[in-house]
Design a protein around this ligand. Structure first.
Ligand code: R5P
Length: 224
C-alpha cells in the first residue's frame, strides 16, 4: 500500500471516534484531508466542526459541514489531526504545513487528541523532522541565535516565490534542524517562553491519547 492509501485508511478509521451530532475538532494536512473526505462520504450527522486552518475550513465547507469558531464551543470531545512525527509516548512534532498555532488552540479544547498518521511518522525520538516554530517576524534573527546556541540550525521557511511564508496568522515559520528532542515537554515549555515565539511545533502538553497508524497490514490503534 502506498502512503496515500495508508492516509486514506486512517482517515476513514477516525470516523469511529466521531460521535453523531457532536462538534469535531479538525486539524490540517494531507492526512486530515482524507478524514474530511471520509466525513463527507459517510454523511455522518454533525453539529459542526472547529477547524485549525483556512485550508481545512474551505474543505469542510465544500463538504457541506458547518464550521464553528472556537469561541462558539467550550470543549470538544475529540480533535483529529495528523503529525510530522509521533514518539512512543504520543508526543508529536507538527507544523510541517504551517498550521501549528491554530492546531494547538483547537487541540487544547478537546478531551481527546486522535492522531492519524502513516507508519513513516512513527519515531523513537522526535527531531529528525525539522522543528517548525511560528514566530513574530521581527524576532527571527535573535531566535535563530538561541537555537544555534542549543545546537540547532534554524532557517526561515520560504514559499516558491522566494518570500518568507506567511501563516494564517500573518506570522513567519522557522524550521530548526539538528535537535534531538529527548524531553519534549521540557523543550516545549522552554521554547514557548522565548520572546517572539508564537507557537513551537512540539505537542507534548497536548499530546495524542490515541494514534491510528496506517501500516501495510492495516490500521494499528496505539493508546498512550
Ligand atoms: O501544519 C501542519 C500539520 O501539523 C500537519 O498535521 C502535519 O504537518 C502532518 O501533515 P500531513 O498529514 O500532510 O503529513
Amino acid at each position: 500500500m502506498d502512503q496515500d492509501a495508508l492516509k486514506k485508511l486512517v482517515g476513514r478509521a477516525a470516523l469511529d471516534f466521531v460521535e453523531p451530532h457532536s462538534v469535531v475538532g479538525v486539524g490540517t494536512g494531507s492526512t486530515v484531508n482524507k478524514f474530511i473526505e471520509a466525513l463527507a462520504e459517510a454523511r455522518l450527522p454533525l453539529r459542526g466542526a472547529v477547524s485549525s486552518s483556512v485550508a481545512s475550513t474551505r474543505l469542510l465547507q465544500q463538504a457541506g459541514i458547518t464550521v464553528l469558531e472556537p469561541h462558539e464551543v467550550t470543549k470538544l470531545g475529540v480533535y483529529i489531526d495528523g503529525a510530522d512525527e509521533i514518539d512512543p509516548q504520543g508526543c508529536m512534532l507538527k507544523g510541517g504545513g504551517g498550521a501549528l498555532t491554530r492546531e494547538k488552540i483547537v487541540a487544547d479544547l478537546a478531551e481527546q487528541f486522535v492522531c492519524i498518521a502513516d507508519q513513516s511518522k512513527q519515531v523513537e525520538t522526535l527531531g529528525a523532522f525539522p522543528l517548525p516554530v511560528e514566530i513574530i517576524p521581527m524576532a527571527a534573527a535573535q531566535l535563530a541565535r538561541r537555537f544555534d546556541a542549543m545546537g540547532g540550525q534554524a532557517r526561515l521557511r520560504h514559499a516558491a516565490d522566494g518570500r518568507a511564508i506567511s501563516t494564517d496568522n500573518g506570522m513567519h515559520i522557522l524550521d530548526v534542524r539538528g535537535l534531538q528532542i529527548t524531553d519534549p515537554l521540557a523543550l516545549e515549555r522552554e521554547i514557548s517562553a522565548w520572546p517572539g515565539v508564537v507557537t513551537v511545533g512540539i505537542f507534548a502538553r497536548n499530546k495524542a491519547q490515541v494514534c491510528l497508524l496506517g501500516t501495510g497490514t492495516g490500521v494499528q490503534t496505539l493508546r498512550f
